[in-house]
Design a protein around this ligand. Structure first.
Ligand SMILES: C[S@@+](CC[C@H](N)C(=O)[O-])C[C@H]1O[C@@H](n2cnc3c(N)ncnc32)[C@H](O)[C@@H]1O
Length: 155
């Protein structure tokens, strides 16, 4: 995945301005030196609320006061929306997946991913980690994306 990111950075002509780091957020310098963070498709892969809370707290520590976070990922209990699951399977079929492939993809999702169970759960995780004014700006089936700000240290 990092190789793909590096290739895309080269193609975009910005590789001399971007440092790629292999590791977890916690491996980065913990000072509040970042002026923006974008985290896509990560939160629902972390098992349990504590791990989700931890990565958001780790990010908050590294963001400058008032700086934005964009976070996107799945945020509903899959079993709670059978119609959405059916629509998801239909989308895979429309993209060329056969019945067995659709079943395998569905099994994998149900095994590996553990999304926050609601938008309220996402907001609560963000607030607890030190973010404010979370606004959802995109949603599709189980997927959602939010913009939030690191709470300024002084008001
Ligand atoms: C489904 S991929 C999404 C990758 C990419 N953001 C994208 O949108 O294509 C999930 C990624 O989360 C990363 N990840 C999981 N826990 C992490 C952590 N604590 N710190 C940094 N990355 C983490 C995994 O290494 C994996 O690359």
């Amino acid at each position: 995945m990092l190789d793909l990111a590096r290739t895309l950075l080269i193609e975009a002509g910005v590789s001399d301005r971007v440092e790629t780091v292999l590791g977890a957020v916690a491996d980065l310098d913990s000072s509040p030196s970042f002026d923006v963070v974008i985290m896509i498709g990560v939160l629902h892969h972390l098992q349990g609320d504590a791990a989700k809370q931890n990565i958001l707290t780790q990010i908050a520590m590294r963001l400058q006061p008032g700086a934005p976070l964009v976070v996107a990922g799945n945020y509903r209990a899959y079993a709670s929306q059978p119609l959405f699951m059916a629509a998801w399977a239909t989308r895979w079929r429309m993209n060329g997946s056969g019945p067995e492939e659709v079943r395998a993809k569905m099994r994998k999702i149900l095994q590996v991913a553990e999304p926050p169970q609601s938008e309220e759960a996402v907001i609560s995780l963000l607030t607890e980690a030190g973010f404010e004014e979370p606004v959802q700006f995109f949603a599709s089936l189980f997927w959602g994306a939010w913009l939030a700000q690191r709470i300024p240290t002084t008001r």
